[in-house]
Design a protein around this ligand. Structure first.
Ligand code: BG6
Length: 480
């Protein structure tokens, strides 16, 4: 494993999208002692920055929890250097290679290089070629981390995979979906496969429906150009939410080995029928009620009259013995009333009920904010009443694990990449199976310019959302 004090490990971060997430995550790992001793970081992008300015930009994005952490910053910055160059010129990459060799220096032992591409998709292919031909190390290990978007549909994603595969072996490619690094998403497999009582009821006989929700209280905020080309289905649903669905629905892998896990994930994706227009509802936000927050179409980077959805809900069915007939309702939207990502498993009605008013049990895994696992269940109304009332078994993380700092998703995934553990990265066939579910729908939405339903910035979403969710089986209890 590269996480060894006896090797020279370097990480080339290519592109300038890295300041927001990648450097802070690397600092997080450094702070907690997870970066190998000889680890060095080389930034590479087009901007001409001197080293001081480069380090200033890194520092400005790092959040410190206390003074002690702040004191560690200079030692971290000592590991960082910068090279500016073009994405399509071999001479530039040769400059990068010289810089990498220089920082790896005289440390004996095997060399490990991680290439992290934080780049717009238009230069993905050319940069992966430049790196392979000029900076790849023949007698060491090389890993290439890539960020979405991985294409826009089945065809473009395939083309990208073919281009990448020309230069990089699938074993070397780490496709990041940062939701797979979130603590509660990582917890899903433990909940399911390490608890007899969840395992026993995890099927169509006990589960009525599953809802997976992503809500964000912010709009496009200057990312309108990118967003308008992709829309909420590609930005959130096809990757982050579908990944969560897959883990909720997959069979127990033979082992925790990355290939065993991903084999099971692919099977679930292949069992989902492609979506049609009847399975979805689309929305687009308008300005907030007080007029302070702009509507999607007010964003100057969004083309006039755009019908790109900023909200989507869709129902999925997994056609296998475990899940036949169970709706998985995925919902995601920007400019809503709150930030929240959760998985809500609603169980079946109690058969032969003898109580007056009872609600279905629910198991909720709250991914963010405030990680929690809680269960809504019926309990006797305490005191002289015999009525059944809804109560909660609640494991909110900040109460239960008050001394643990939950790592950022990128910290967790970069550490996995350092160790060579690919179980939380997306495999090429998994990506292809995911695109196949959405591609016909996306093409239909785009060719017939389906008009999204407007909703006001800061609300729960389009007015028809509740009816959509109820139509697909979710029952909201009046006491909730
Ligand atoms: C990204 C999307 O993948 O995820 C963004 O492109 C979105 O539009 C972000 O805001 C949400 O991630 P998180 O970790 O803040 O929930």
């Amino acid at each position: 494993s590269p996480v060894s004090p006896h090797s020279a490990d370097s990480c080339c971060i290519v592109g300038d999208l890295a300041f927001k997430k990648t450097y802070p995550a690397l600092f997080g790992l450094f702070r907690n002692g997870f970066l190998p001793k000889n680890f060095q970081i080389v930034g590479y992008a087009r901007s001409h920055l001197d080293l001081d300015e480069f380090k200033r930009r890194i520092s400005s994005r790092i959040k410190f929890h206390n003074e002690k952490e702040r004191e560690l910053l200079p030692a971290f910055l000592d590991k960082c250097t910068y090279v500016s160059g073009q994405y399509d010129q071999p001479e530039s990459y040769q400059k990068l290679r010289t810089a990498v060799e220089h920082v790896e220096g005289i440390v004996a032992g095997k060399r490990h290089r991680i290439f992290y591409m934080a780049l717009p998709p238009s230069v993905f292919a050319v940069a992966s070629k430049g790196l392979k031909e000029n900076v790849y190390i023949a007698d060491g290990t090389n890993r290439l981390i890539v960020e979405k978007p991985f294409g826009k549909d089945t065809q473009s994603s395939k083309e990208l995979s073919i281009l990448l595969a020309k230069f990089w072996h699938e074993d070397e490619i780490y496709r990041i979906d940062h939701y797979l690094g979130k603590e509660m998403v990582k917890n899903l497999m433990v909940l399911r496969f390490a608890n007899v009582f969840f395992g026993a009821v995890w099927n169509r006989f006990y589960i009525h429906n599953v809802q997976i929700t992503f809500k964000e209280p912010i709009g496009t905020e200057g990312r309108g150009g990118y967003f308008d080309e992709f829309g909420i289905i590609r930005d959130i649903m096809q990757n982050h939410l579908l990944q969560i669905l897959t883990i909720v629905a997959m069979e127990k892998p033979v082992t925790l080995d990355a290939e065993d896990v991903r084999n099971e994930k692919v099977k679930v994706l292949r069992a989902i029928q492609p979506l049609t227009l009847d399975d979805v509802m689309l929305g687009q936000y308008t300005k907030s009620a007080d007029g302070k927050e702009p509507g999607y179409l007010d964003d100057p980077t969004v083309p006039k009259g755009s019908v790109t959805p900023t909200f989507a809900a869709a129902v999925f069915y997994v056609n296998n013995e475990r899940w036949d007939g169970v709706p998985f309702i995925l919902k995601c939207g920007k400019a809503l009333n709150e930030q929240k990502t959760e998985v809500r498993i609603q169980f079946q009605d109690v058969a032969g009920n003898i109580y007056k008013d009872i609600a279905r049990n629910e198991l909720v895994i709250r991914v963010q904010p405030q990680e929690a696992v809680y269960m809504k269940f019926m309990n006797k109304q305490p005191g002289l009443s015999n009525a059944a009332t809804i109560s909660e078994l609640d494991m909110t993380y900040h109460k239960r694990y008050s001394d643990v700092k939950i790592p950022d998703a990128y910290e967790s995934l970069i550490l996995d990449a350092l160790k060579g553990d690919k179980s939380n990265f997306v495999r090429d066939d998994e990506l292809d199976a995911a695109w196949k579910i959405f591609t016909p729908l996306l093409h239909q939405i785009e060719s017939s310019k389906v008009k999204p339903e407007p909703y006001t910035f800061g609300t729960r979403g389009p007015a028809s959302l509740s009816a959509f969710v109820e139509k697909h089986g979710y029952t909201r209890h009046s006491n909730y």
